[in-house]
Design a binder for this molecule. Structure first.
Ligand SMILES: O=C(O)CCC(=O)C(=O)O
Ligand SMILES: [Fe+2]
Length: 306
């Protein structure tokens, strides 16, 4: 490829699509009401990888609510319904969906989010990656804020021939773009300062499952007596993502030839419970199937008892 062909790829704005009238007025009103009722439960947004996220007011100011309450199921269903077409239209191929991350974000007066990519939250040993970003916009009428465009950038910065496009956050519009595409939220001015008049958005990240690395069949005998690795730390009250990460990092630390223990694999449910409640290990081990015990041992979550 010539240098100028490469330059033009990096100077191109990522493919994107918008779907107007995505949820319809009735649901918009219900979501506005929900946001208003839950105002006190919103917290400052954070940036950075899972498990190390921090408030950084020089990068991002907005408020977030992860609990979508009674709307979670219907939202998941609607977002899921457009995934395949959007992924193909944007050149992402078929997504092997692991999970959808959903959150409700309020941008009020003075809010913004500087240029970033949505893939940077993922840790090296995560089980899935953000591949497709959906942002669904809604707000009260008449609209009481200005600004808040989503600026979609090419990979190359403007000084190197790059470009950008500003997309207005239209009420009841879903915008879809690849999660690797650099973008920002332009500053919002909402002179009333009234939370209910914020620029609301539901972020949806479609996470693609990482390919499993096939485990070589192990013929080593599972030790007769197993115990929780004494160096394992209890993880009560952690969210499920941190538990997944914990499973993966313990697997790696044990030098296991198997790469990831996944949902649905023998031993996966037991692994989650062991990490959540290591004190209940004895009862869990007594009830676990031989296949689950083998997996827990191969993945380094259990070790031979002294
Ligand atoms: O609200 C928007 O337009 C986009 C928000 C965003 O980029 C993010 O939360 O990662
Ligand atoms: Fe983003």
């Amino acid at each position: 490829m010539t240098a100028s062909a490469t330059a033009s790829i990096f100077a191109r704005i990522a493919p994107h699509r918008s779907i107007r009238g995505f949820l319809g007025d009735e649901l918009v009103e219900q979501l506005l009401q929900y946001a208003q009722d839950r105002e006190r439960a919103f917290t400052p947004t954070r940036v950075g990888p899972t498990g190390m996220r921090k408030v950084a007011e020089d990068v991002r100011i907005s408020l977030v609510l992860h609990d979508l309450g009674p709307w979670r199921d219907v939202l998941e269903e609607r977002f899921r319904a457009v995934m395949d077409d959007a992924a193909h239209a944007l050149g992402l191929g078929s997504i092997d969906l692991a999970v959808m991350e959903l959150e409700l974000v309020a941008h009020g007066d003075g809010a913004f989010y500087k240029r970033h990519v949505d893939t940077s939250t993922t840790q090296i040993n995560a089980r899935s990656d953000r591949v497709l970003t959906g942002v669904y916009y809604f707000h009260r009428l008449p609209r009481a804020f200005d600004g808040g465009e989503l600026r979609l950038h090419s990979i190359a910065p403007v000084e190197q021939g790059g470009r950008f496009v500003d997309i207005a956050p239209e009420r009841d519009m879903l915008l879809l773009f690849p999660s690797w595409a650099p973008h920002e939220v332009r500053p919002i001015s909402c002179p009333s300062g009234d939370f209910a008049q914020s620029r609301f958005a539901i972020n949806c990240w479609y996470r693609q499952r990482r390919k499993a690395v096939a485990a070589p069949p192990s013929d080593a005998a599972v030790p007769a007596r197993l115990a929780v690795d004494p160096s394992a730390r209890p993880a009560r009250g952690r969210d499920i993502d941190s538990i997944y990460l914990e499973i993966d990092s313990r697997t790696a630390a044990a030098g296991s030839t198997r790469k990831l223990l996944r949902d649905g694999d023998p031993g996966f449910d037991e692994a989650v419970r062991l990490i959540e409640k290591p004190d209940d290990a004895d009862a869990l081990l007594a009830a676990a199937s031989p296949a689950a015990l083998r997996a827990l041992w191969e993945f380094g979550l259990l070790v031979a008892a002294e």
